[in-house]
Design a protein around this ligand. Structure first.
Ligand SMILES: Nc1ncnc2c1ncn2[C@@H]1O[C@H](COP(=O)(O)OP(=O)(O)O)[C@@H](O)[C@H]1O
Ligand SMILES: [Mg+2]
Length: 245
């Protein structure tokens, strides 16, 4: 099967400035350009404040650049209105956060069903798909547990199930293992690797070198700029086309 090689993510000279006060502007992203091809597994690293979350929020269409452009699947996000952006988020992107962000006092199953409710999927189908997603992350025996009745690692697996239940082609994770012990970190990373093996594009922000070591490509940010972009694993040689920081 041959398809035209169009990057799933294309970021061109993007800046994001937070105007904190009239005098103080923070350049959280200061001219970032990068491309990510379909099926890549990419780690984004950088010290606190380097712009990782700002970049991720932009990739997830949760935020827009101050200048520059971001093409998602070849479509310029500036040309979309808010409805189109949220529709796109729902259909194409799965987001995982460091703090899990599950709805409290709501079962694992109901949490995972939520994105399907937004997408208007009928109840029976919602239930089946959410159950399957929870089984896929090893949480099939905890469908009716509340978040407060789950360990951190289990909560994050529920959050991953919620991110993938819509079958997104792009999975974005902002320090998904930041609050997890090493055992749960390994479990959650194995899930991301499997999602990637299934053909999904996975971008994850991490502080941890052993996490980055499992990615096929590591992009480092400092002060809102890309300071390095390196292919790490076998078969990643063609992942670096067209980069200039
Ligand atoms: N809403 C905001 N208003 C003002 N400054 C912000 C805001 N969000 C982030 N920043 C600043 O932008 C820079 C990048 O932040 P962030 O993207 O959160 O970094 P990271 O995720 O790498 O720690 C930091 O200097 C931070 O203080
Ligand atoms: Mg951050």
């Amino acid at each position: 099967m041959s398809r035209p090689r169009r990057p799933v993510i294309q970021v061109d000279d993007v800046r994001r400035t937070y105007q904190v006060t009239e005098e103080l502007a923070v350049h959280a992203l200061d001219g970032v350009s990068l491309r990510i091809e379909r099926g890549e597994l990419v780690a984004i690293m950088g010290s606190s404040g380097s712009g990782k979350s700002t970049l991720m929020n932009m990739l997830g269409c949760l935020d827009m650049p101050t200048s520059g452009r971001y093409l998602l699947d070849g479509v310029d996000t500036r040309d979309m209105d808010e409805d189109e952006q949220s529709d796109l988020r729902n259909r194409k992107i799965g987001f995982v956060f460091q703090a899990f962000n599950l709805v409290p006092r709501t079962s694992a199953l109901a949490n995972v069903e939520l994105p399907l409710s937004y997408a208007g999927v009928p109840r029976q189908q919602r239930r089946e798909r959410a159950t399957a997603a929870l089984k896929a992350v090893g949480m099939g025996a905890r469908l009716n547990h509340l978040p407060s009745e789950l360990s951190g690692g289990q909560q994050q697996r529920v959050a991953v199930a919620r991110a993938i239940v819509t079958n997104p082609s792009l999975v974005l994770a902002d320090e998904p293992t930041g609050n997890l012990d090493s055992r749960s970190t390994a479990d959650v990373l194995a899930i991301f690797e499997r999602l990637n093996d299934e053909g999904r594009t996975v971008v994850l922000i991490t502080h941890e070198n052993d996490v980055a070591a499992r990615a096929r490509r590591v992009i480092r940010l400092a002060d809102g700029r890309v300071v390095s972009d390196v292919a790490t694993g076998a078969g990643a040689g063609d992942a670096l086309a067209g980069e200039a920081a």
